[in-house]
Every structure is written in C-alpha cells, then in structure tokens.
Design a protein around this ligand. Structure first.
Ligand code: 3EB
Length: 335
C-alpha cells in the first residue's frame, strides 16, 4: 500500500543526497534549532519552516521531513506555502507577522490556512503553533492567551465552530523565537474525527481562569490516510482542567503518557483503530534541558526500549508544566 505520509528526521546534507524522485514526494520540511532555514533548503520549492526550539539529542539544524509515496504538487497562496498529495496538504506560513499584535497575527495566519483548505475542500487536521515569548504580557494579557483569542476569532469569522469535535489536534509551545508566530499545519481530504480524553475537560471548554477565550484544539484527531492515522495533540500532566504533579517532572511524564494511553483506548473503543504506545512517534517538549535523561528513562520504562522520540527544549503554555508530549500514529501494515 502506498503510504500517504511518513515522517523522517535527517540532517540537511542528507536531504540533498536524496534522489530527485524522493525529493519530488516531499510535502514539507521543518528545520529545528535555527532562526532561518538554511538557504539551500529554500531553493527546493518545498514548503520549509524554521522552528527555533533547540533539539536536545540531535544536532542543531536537524530536519523533520514529511514525505509521501504518492505524487505531490504545490503552490503559494495568501502567505501560505503548501504542497499536497491525494490525501493531505502540508501548509507553512511563509510570512512573519512580526509587525502585527499577536492576536491579529494569529487570526490572519489561521484565516490564510482556511483559505487554502477551502480552495481544496479539505479539513484542518493538525496544527503546530510556536509563539515567541509565550509567557510575556503584552497589554496586560499573557501572549498565549492573546494567541487563543486570535485563533478563536479566525474560527468565528469563517463560520467554523471553535468548540466541537471538528477542531484539529494541535501543539502550542513557546521559546525565544525570532518570529512572533511560526505555524505549520496539515489538512486532509477525508474529514478527521476529534477524540477527547475522558479524564480531561475538553480544552475548548476550559474555564475562564485559563484566559478569556479557550484554546481551540481536540485532544487527538483520527483520519483516514489509506488506513487510520491518529494525530495526538501536545499532552501534559492535566487532569480535569488542572495541572497535577507540580514540580515533579517524572510524575508529569507518567501522567502525560497515561493521558495518551487513554486517547489510544478511545480510538480503539470508538473506531476500532488500534495502536500501542510503542507504535507511536513522539515529540517531547521539555521546559528544562536538565530533565532530559530523567524523562527519557521514564518513557523507556513505560513504553519500552527503542521508542521513537524527538526531544526539544520549549516553554509549555502553562508555567507549571515541565513536559508536554505529542505523538503520531500512522497506519500499521497489518491491522
Ligand atoms: C493543555 O492540555 C496543554 O493551545 O493549541 C496542549 C496542546 C496545550 C495544544 C493549544 C495547548 C495547545 O491545555 C497545553
């Protein structure tokens, strides 16, 4: 079966060593730990985006390559560089909305994504949001909270519901990013189904103590990509709507993996799509790089040796959270 999507990690040099044919099937590239994507990558005509968060086990500049076994085609529209195959579209926001206040930059970026998707009659599946100085106040409101206002406004302005199972999976992290907001996303031809975690209040129903507008994301998004695929949002040590295990990174790791396990159980119970933790590709965000070996060890203890994990240093959108874990489950060969 031709896979609609694969995610590989490689150094930029390895990308240039790939065959023409492999490059032609690349949907998008994310380069980590750099302010600007290396110039040669820009010349490939593939959407590329730099995320400044520092990789903890890989060299600075490591790339995440979103590849397909299907033919691709791409273009630019309204500040979005996109590339599609028959099932999905990778979209990277090209312009830096630095000059705009974060609320407006966020709304503009989401509306630009919606415009591309609407043209293609696709559905928003997964969004990665990286916000500079996420905890800073601007005009009396924390920037993460400003971001949430802008995101919800984009949904309302385009007559989309911001508070039901149609919203995408997401991650929202901060750092000393050079850009105000860096954003990339996937949309899909088939309609994704949001999956919620029975141990947590849906983020789109969070009470006002977390900000004037709640975050717009599902805990996970299940989609048909020639077989079921599950995009698990950034998952933290939250029960109900409260952060738990304050100051204890090991316990937060365990709780976050427990929450991911609940999502896997739900995907199986509701839709018969079955994965184990060891089948997932994890991306792990740590507030403090000193916690790296502790979190690695705890994940290995729970998941088993040789799990697939990529670690980055980032600010997590609640100050008390020390770790956040996102994951991707692709169709298995023998369901
Ligand atoms: C949480 O569960 C932790 O605002 O898009 C995780 C994933 C978090 C996505 C977002 C926020 C977002 O509330 C924070």
């Amino acid at each position: 079966m031709a896979e609609a999507l694969q995610v590989l990690r490689m150094a930029p040099e390895e990308i240039f060593q790939q065959s023409e044919e492999q490059r032609a099937r690349t949907l998008g590239i994310v380069q980590y730990g750099v302010t600007e994507v290396v110039a040669d990558l820009r010349q490939l005509g593939i959407p590329v985006i730099a995320i400044q968060l520092r990789p903890l086990a890989e060299p600075v500049g490591i790339c995440e390559v979103w590849r397909s076994q299907l033919p691709t085609q791409g273009g630019r529209m309204g500040g979005i560089h996109w590339r599609s195959n028959a099932s999905v579209t990778f979209m990277a926001v090209d312009q830096d909305p630095m000059e705009l206040p974060l609320t407006r930059a966020t709304e503009a970026s989401y509306r630009a994504l919606f415009a591309v998707m609407d043209r293609k009659k696709q559905h928003l599946l997964r969004v990665w949001n990286y916000i500079a100085d996420i905890h800073d106040d601007g005009e009396g409101l924390e920037r993460y909270r400003q971001f949430n206002i802008g995101r919800q406004q984009a949904y309302l302005a385009s007559h989309r519901s911001p508070s039901d199972e149609s919203v995408p999976a997401a991650s929202a992290l901060g750092g000393s990013e050079a850009k105000n907001l860096s954003l990339f996303a996937l949309s899909s031809r088939s309609r994704p189904i949001g999956i919620e975690n029975s141990r947590q209040i849906s983020a789109y129903h969070y009470p006002a103590e977390y900000g004037p507008r709640p975050p717009t994301f599902s805990r996970a998004s299940l989609v048909d990509l020639a077989g079921p695929a599950l995009f698990i949002s950034g998952t933290a040590s939250i029960v109900g709507h409260q952060s738990v295990h304050l100051g204890d990174c090991r316990a937060q790791t365990r709780e976050a993996l427990g929450n991911i396990q609940v999502l896997l159980d739900e995907a199986y119970r509701q839709h018969g799509a079955r994965w184990a933790l060891r089948d997932l590709q994890f991306k792990v965000y740590l507030r403090h790089r000193e916690d790296f070996s502790l979190v690695c060890a705890e994940m290995e203890r729970i998941i088993g040796a040789s799990y697939n994990g990529f670690f980055l240093q980032a600010d997590i959108c609640r100050r008390e959270l020390l770790v956040e874990i996102e994951a991707l489950a692709l169709p298995l060969d023998n369901p």
